[in-house]
Design a protein around this ligand. Structure first.
Ligand code: AGP
Length: 610
């Protein structure tokens, strides 16, 4: 997620902007920039890298403008280069803006603007907004020009806009991306998030959807997109900085668990054409010819990403009828894999920097395989070595324990399976349409699962002292047995194992007694009855059962000690829902055990070494 800040004051704003940007660093970013107005001209600089790189380049520059905008970029369109960093400008360089969000219809708008003679300097979606405002500014005053321009945008945006010839006006606007107004003494501010404002004011106004704001030094005017003024009394923030960065959540992990509806929705929005009810992967165009010739798939990853790959195996085999293997990257890289130009090697990585996965991609490239990356960080090492990359849009994942990146990886690999199934004609248009229709209901269904948080907290309290846990599942939910166990291990330091439920009789059943909880993922599916049998086996040996079941399914009520339900969905998509209770169970267990949560002992967010 990008971060935007803006300030209009009686004093030079450059130090204000830099301090505000530093308060947004927790959001994750790859570039930063700022622009001020002084003596009728813009002073600006923007640089890839951390804010200190920008500050180094600002040294010695005597910029004292009293109005300005700042930005930290989390790349989505185009790698982290200087041209792609914000601020962006109109052709006539009379308009400067910064943006957080994604403009979904930017390509058609850009084509139209190019036809009108506009020239672009970046690969970003953002830059088209500056040129669009420039068009409208030919016949309208600044505020109306911005109004008219944003009415043409589809997607999400929080904007800060300045006009070089109007140094007494700073304009903000928001749709599907947060923007907060800070009310100071003879100075006013905008920011993506409260932490950026707290050094200057605690009086804030949270803009609502489709609202705009005009900032002068001594006045703030909020209006709707038609210019109708809205009375919005400020509220006073009582948070401290640390809790503000987590938007009031006690830990980044919990914040990121609750961000999953948006992460899945944003990622889906990138690859589903709602109007045509089909999947679209523009990033695969350069490799489409090779993709159409593949006769085998190997998925390689580590940790949670490997679990996503295991789910991907089921979906890809079911929808494309291609043979799929899944290899732990640390094994793949030292093996002697049988690869050739007709093998697709799919590398999954949130960070794009995991050493073993990067090495696996290089190994696959050396063998002439087609390498494709699923990644959450634009421009990361794995994306630069794979022949093509499709991105998840989960936003920066701060907590070491991966949650929203995982459900975004599942989203992406399931949509990819649908896409390849259509390309190979192994699924019909009708089944694609049906699957997409169900897929679009998932964000709301994730929200429904999140509402069971308190029940899960109680369940965690009940079993917090159990020294060992078993997690079991079958088929699409077998990988989530691994994922649930990993979550519990890595943040609560409680031993847990994930197992295919059918394996219990082959050994693990010996562990079962009345001190041993088993988390059984037993939602409606082709193997539901088998899961019920496995649960009965465990109950017959006085085992404790924590069951994840489908809303309305009563088959397990009499067998389980704790039941957490998820809404009905297809078996293929159910891992996106069933993992949520497992994440929350691990989180609450860890909190009750006094563990540090976001930075577990011995672990790093990105394992860039072997
Ligand atoms: C998962 O919660 C862990 N943080 C870890 O297993 C992680 O999934 C693994 O290190 C892979 O990281 P990547 O997705 O960034 O490659």
């Amino acid at each position: 997620m990008c971060g935007i800040v803006g300030a209009i004051s009686q004093r030079p704003v450059r130090p204000i902007l830099l301090e505000a940007l530093r308060r947004l660093e927790y959001r994750g970013y790859d570039s930063s920039g700022l622009v001020t107005i002084q003596n009728g001209s813009f002073q600006w600089d923007k640089r890839p890298g951390k804010i200190r790189v920008l500050e180094d380049h600002l040294k010695g520059k005597n910029w004292n403008g009293h109005i300005g905008l700042g930005h930290t970029r989390w790349a989505t369109h185009g790698p982290p280069t200087r041209d792609n960093a914000h601020p962006h400008f109109s052709c006539d360089e009379k308009i400067a803006l910064v943006h957080n969000g994604i403009i979904e219809n930017y390509e058609s708008l850009k084509e139209n603007l190019i036809r009108r003679g506009h020239q672009f300097r970046s690969e970003t979606d953002t830059e088209i907004i500056a040129h669009l405002i420039e068009e409208h500014a030919k016949k309208n005053k600044p505020f109306v020009a911005v109004q008219k321009a944003i009415k043409e945008l589809e997607g999400s945006f929080a904007l800060g806009v300045m006009f070089r010839d109007h140094p007494d006006l700073l304009i903000g606007a928001r749709l599907n991306s947060p923007l907060v107004v800070g009310i100071g003494r003879n100075e006013n501010f905008i920011a993506s998030d409260v932490p950026a404002l707290l050094p200057f004011t605690k009086k804030v106004i949270y803009l609502n959807e489709n609202e705009m704001v005009q900032l002068q030094r001594d006045r703030v005017t909020v209006s709707d997109l038609n210019g109708r003024v809205k009375r919005r009394p400020p509220t006073t923030i009582t948070w401290d900085i640390t809790s503000a960065e987590k938007e009031g959540y006690p830990h980044f992990m919990l914040k990121e668990i609750f961000e999953q509806p948006r992460a899945v929705k944003t990622t889906t929005g990138y690859y589903v054409n709602r109007k045509k009810s089909c999947t679209e992967f523009a990033a695969l165009k350069p490799v489409l010819k090779k993709l159409n010739k593949i006769n085998r798939v190997i998925i390689t990853a580590c940790g949670t990403a490997w679990h996503a790959g295991l789910v991907g195996k089921y979906a890809l085999e079911e929808l494309t009828r291609l043979p799929v293997d899944v290899a732990i990257a640390s094994e793949f890289r030292y093996g002697n894999p049988v690869l050739n130009k007709n093998t697709l090697v799919l590398a999954i990585s949130q960070s794009g920097e995991t050493a073993d996965t990067l090495a696996a991609v290089r190994q696959a490239n050396e063998h002439g395989a087609l390498t494709l990356a699923i990644c959450n960080v634009v421009g990361s090492s794995i994306t630069r070595e794979a022949k093509a990359t499709i991105y998840t849009y989960a936003g920066p994942e701060i907590s070491v324990a991966s949650t929203k990146a995982y459900t975004s990886q599942l989203t992406l690999i399931l949509l990819l399976a649908i896409y390849l199934g259509r390309a190979r004609k192994t699924i019909t248009k009708q089944s694609e349409t049906k699957m997409i229709r169900e897929f679009l209901t998932l964000p709301k269904k994730i929200e429904a699962v999140l509402k069971t948080d308190q029940l899960i907290d109680k369940c965690a309290a009940q079993y917090r002292d159990a020294p060992n846990f078993m997690y079991i599942g079958r088929r699409y939910n077998f990988p989530n047995a691994y994922e649930g166990a990993l979550k519990l291990k890595e943040i609560s330091y409680t031993h847990a194992e994930g197992y295919g439920a059918g394996e219990m009789k082959h050994g693990p059943l010996a562990l079962v007694d009345n001190t041993f909880p088993t988390v059984a993922i037993a939602v409606q599916s082709s193997v539901h009855e088998k899961m019920v049998s496995n649960i009965q086996e465990i109950k017959a040996r006085s085992g404790i059962i924590i069951a994840i079941t489908t809303e309305g399914d009563k088959a397990i009520d009499h067998l389980a000690d704790c039941i957490i339900t998820v809404p009905e969905t297809s078996e293929m998509f159910s891992p996106i829902l069933t993992v949520i209770p497992l994440q929350l169970l691990a989180y609450h267990m860890a909190v009750k055990k006094g563990c540090p949560i976001d930075q577990p002992r011995n672990l790093a967010k990105s394992v860039t070494v072997e």
